[in-house]
Structure formats: structure tokens, C-alpha cells
Write a protein that binds this ligand. Structure first.
Ligand SMILES: [Zn+2]
Length: 223
């Protein structure tokens, strides 16, 4: 049998023991119930682990990750996870977190074929097409960074417009949706200032966030 995973199991034994010594009762408390205040919707990229970069312990953040942190209106996996977080765990903040240097966003921008994921990344290409006049005139590196940010803003809108959030807000539940982007090169999170905490704020907050990205002048129009 391969021993390649022995190091991971040994790391786990050490971590569990150190945690038990630092905080007796930690695991028995968590085993009974989780009550995270935060939900994280992020990219599956191995360099963007939710707990580590926010300094949160197990039990403190409920996580959903996929390629390029996309929330699609018909994705039952994402929607079920959001529903569980909002209705059962009563999280107070849902944070959509993109990251600069995202291979999924880059493939969507350049039209690179990567396989089955092309169909998933079509959603990111849709974001680019919708906002092409705010993206296409920029230098290539900047296009990628701006598309990473705009993709987060779009996904924040998608979460906010889901039946789960609309129902929660109509019940008067206190829960907000936010958008951040993470820098692989400096380890810093940036708030994209697109936080929404009630139904009637969604369109205004979304529009204000998008308008921060200057449009190409109409005389330069490519389409
Ligand atoms: Zn990514």
C-alpha cells in the first residue's frame, strides 16, 4: 500500500493533540453542534483556504467552493448549501470571495479550452460579455483582475436574488451578503464594497459597484 499519505495522517495526529491540549473540550463541543456566523463562497483553488486566511477555527465558517466561485441560479448544490447556512445555521454574513490570478477566470477571459469546465466557465464569460465595455479596453493583466472583481460582484447579486435570500430578508432575518477578492501575491483580502442586507438595496448596491469601473468612451466603442 502506498505510504504517500502517511505525512498527512501524522500531521493530523499532531494537530488534534495540540488542539486538545490548547483547548480541552474543543472537539466534544464542536461534535455536538456547529454555529458559524459566516458562510464563505470561494474558488476551489488550493491557495485560497477560507479558515487559514481569515484566522478562523473549525466551526467558525461554513464553506462552499467551486471553480471560479460561481453561484448559478439553477445550481442545487450551491443553493442547498446557502439555504442550510441561512435557515438552519443562521449565519449572519455570506461572503463571496474571488481571487486574482484565478485560472478559471483567465480561461474564461481568453477563451482557452480546458475541458468539461468550459461549460461551467461560460457563466464567467457571460459576466465578461455583459461588461465588455468596462473590460475590453484595458491592458490584458488588468482585464483579468477586473474580471475577477466583476465576477465576484455578479455572484453577490446572484446570491442576493436567490429565493433563499429573498425569503430570509422578507422574514426580517439579519443576514448580509458581501464580496471580497484575495491577492495570491500578498495574502490580503480586499472588500469590493458590494454588501447587501435587504431586498430593496440589491439593485442600487449592485449598480453602484459596477459603475466604479469606467466604461470605454462611446467614441471608442468596439461593438
Ligand atoms: Zn480560482
Amino acid at each position: 500500500m502506498s505510504r504517500e499519505l502517511d505525512e498527512l495522517l501524522e500531521n493530523n495526529r499532531r494537530w488534534a493533540e495540540a488542539t486538545r491540549q490548547r483547548e480541552p473540550g474543543f472537539f466534544t463541543r464542536l461534535a455536538k453542534q456547529q454555529s458559524p456566523r459566516y458562510m464563505w463562497i470561494g474558488c476551489a483553488d488550493s491557495r485560497v483556504p477560507a479558515n487559514e486566511i481569515t484566522g478562523l477555527d473549525p466551526g467558525e465558517v461554513f464553506v462552499h467552493r467551486n471553480v471560479a466561485n460561481v453561484v448559478v441560479h439553477s445550481d442545487l448544490n450551491a443553493l442547498s448549501t446557502i439555504q442550510f447556512a441561512v435557515e438552519h445555521l443562521k449565519v449572519e454574513h455570506i461572503i463571496v470571495v474571488g481571487h486574482y490570478g484565478c485560472a478559471g477566470v483567465r480561461a474564461a477571459l481568453r477563451g482557452t479550452r480546458v475541458g468539461l469546465a468550459d461549460n461551467w466557465l461560460r457563466h464567467v464569460q457571460d459576466v465578461r460579455l455583459r461588461h465588455r465595455r468596462r473590460i475590453d479596453h484595458l491592458p490584458p493583466d488588468e482585464q483579468e483582475n477586473i474580471l475577477c472583481e466583476m465576477n465576484v460582484i455578479e455572484q453577490v447579486g446572484n446570491v442576493a436574488l436567490s429565493t433563499v435570500m429573498q425569503d430570509a430578508w422578507s422574514r426580517g432575518q439579519k443576514v448580509a451578503v458581501h464580496g471580497w477578492v484575495y491577492g495570491l501575491v500578498d495574502g490580503r483580502l480586499k472588500d469590493l464594497d458590494v454588501s447587501m442586507d435587504r431586498s430593496d438595496a440589491v439593485v442600487q448596491v449592485f449598480s453602484a459597484a459596477i459603475k466604479r469601473y469606467p466604461r470605454m468612451s462611446s467614441t471608442d466603442t468596439m461593438f
